[in-house]
Design a binder for this molecule. Structure first.
Ligand code: NAP
Length: 274
C-alpha cells in the first residue's frame, strides 16, 4: 500500500459488511496496476437510518466511489444527483461515482449475470429459467432480456414473479412448476436457498437437471452449493456465484479508476479468500 495525501477513497457499504471481499479484490487491482497511491478501497458498515448522513460525508470528504450492497441498493437512489438509464430500469444502484461533487448511480450487477455466460455461449434466443424474483433477479432479468434471451421466472410468491415478468418481459410461474425447466437452456438460482445456514438445500430437484443445462447459482458462499454439486453430477455446465461478484466488481473498477481491471490478479485474490 502506498497511501498519501493524493489518495482517493473508494468503499463498499452495507449492513452487515465485514464478510465483503470487495476491499481485497479492488486493492489487489490497484497494486497490480501501480495506482495504489491514487486509490484505496475500504469497507464501511452503514445502517439504513444513517444513509443520509453517510452521503453528506461522501460529499464533504470527496469519496470517489461507493459500492452498495444489502440493504442500500434501492434506498440510496433518492440521495444521488443522477442515475444512469440501466440503473433506472433495474430500479437499483450498486455503484456510485463522485464526479467533482456530482454523485451518479450505476448498476453493474447485470453484467455479472450475463458476462460469465456469454464467455461460452450467446444468450440470444436461449431459454432462461430464473428462480427468484428479488433484487438480484431484477438485474438478471434485465441482462438476459437485453441479450435477447427468452425469460421464464419461477418464484415462491407468484405475485412477485408476475411483477418481474410484466416489467422485463417473460412468463411467470410458482416454484411448484419447476418441471418446466427440463426444456430450458440456462437456469439461474437467484434465491438464498443453498446459502449458509441452509447449505444442505437446493432450490431444484436434482432429477430436473440434465446435461443440456447451464446452471448459474448466484450464491458465492459456499463456493460450491448443493445445486452446483448436483448439476455437475447430472453432467450440466456450472457457473459459480463468484463469477457474478467478480464481473460486477470489474465493471466498478473501470468506473472508479478509468483503468481496465487486471482481471487475473483480482480473480485469484477472490478465489483465495473464498
Ligand atoms: P431478495 O431481494 O431478498 O430476494 C430473495 C428471493 O428469493 C425472492 O424471490 C424470494 O421469494 C426468494 N426466496 C427467499 N427465501 C426463499 C426460500 N426459503 N425458498 C424459496 N424462495 C426463497 O434477495 P436478493 O438480494 O435478490 O439476493 C438473493 C441471493 O443472491 C442471496 O443469496 C445473495 O447472497 C445472492 N447475491 C449474490 C451476489 C453475487 O455477486 N454473486 C450479489 C448479491 C446477492 P419471495 O418473492 O417469495 O419472497
Amino acid at each position: 500500500m502506498n497511501i498519501s495525501a493524493k489518495t482517493k477513497i473508494c468503499m463498499v457499504i452495507g449492513d452487515p459488511i465485514e464478510h465483503s471481499l470487495s476491499p481485497q479484490m479492488h486493492n489487489a487491482g490497484y497494486q497490480a496496476l501501480g495506482i495504489d497511491e491514487k486509490f484505496v478501497y475500504v469497507a464501511c458498515e452503514v445502517r439504513v437510518n444513517n444513509l443520509a448522513d453517510f452521503i453528506k460525508g461522501v460529499r464533504a470528504m470527496g469519496i470517489r466511489g461507493i459500492s452498495c450492497t444489502i440493504p442500500h441498493k434501492v434506498e440510496i437512489i433518492k440521495f444521488l444527483d443522477e442515475i444512469d438509464e440501466t440503473a433506472q430500469i433495474i430500479g437499483a444502484v450498486n455503484t456510485v461515482v463522485n464526479e467533482e461533487g456530482r454523485l451518479k448511480g450505476y448498476n453493474t450487477d447485470w453484467l455479472g449475470a450475463v458476462i460469465p455466460i456469454e464467455e461460452s455461449i450467446s444468450l440470444k434466443n436461449k431459454k432462461v429459467a430464473l428462480i427468484g424474483a428479488g433484487g438480484v433477479a431484477r438485474a438478471i432479468a434485465y441482462g438476459v432480456v437485453k441479450k435477447n434471451a427468452l425469460l421464464t421466472i419461477f418464484n415462491r410468491s407468484i405475485k412477485n414473479a408476475k411483477t418481474l415478468a410484466r416489467e422485463f418481459g417473460g412468463k411467470a410461474f410458482t416454484s411448484n412448476e419447476l418441471g418446466r425447466i427440463k426444456d430450458m437452456d440456462i437456469i439461474f438460482n437467484a434465491t438464498p436457498v443453498g446459502m449458509h445456514p441452509d447449505e444442505d438445500k437446493s432450490p431444484i430437484p436434482k432429477e430436473l437437471i440434465t446435461k443440456r443445462h447451464i446452471v448459474f447459482d448466484v450464491i458465492y458462499k459456499p463456493y460450491e452449493t448443493k445445486l452446483l454439486r448436483e448439476a455437475k453430477e447430472q453432467g450440466a455446465q456450472v457457473i459459480h456465484g463468484v463469477e457474478m461478484l467478480f464481473h460486477q466488481g470489474i465493471a466498478q473498477f473501470k468506473l472508479y479508476t478509468g483503468n481496465e481491471a487486471p482481471k487475473e490478479v483480482m480473480k485469484s485474490i477472490l478465489l483465495e479468500h473464498l
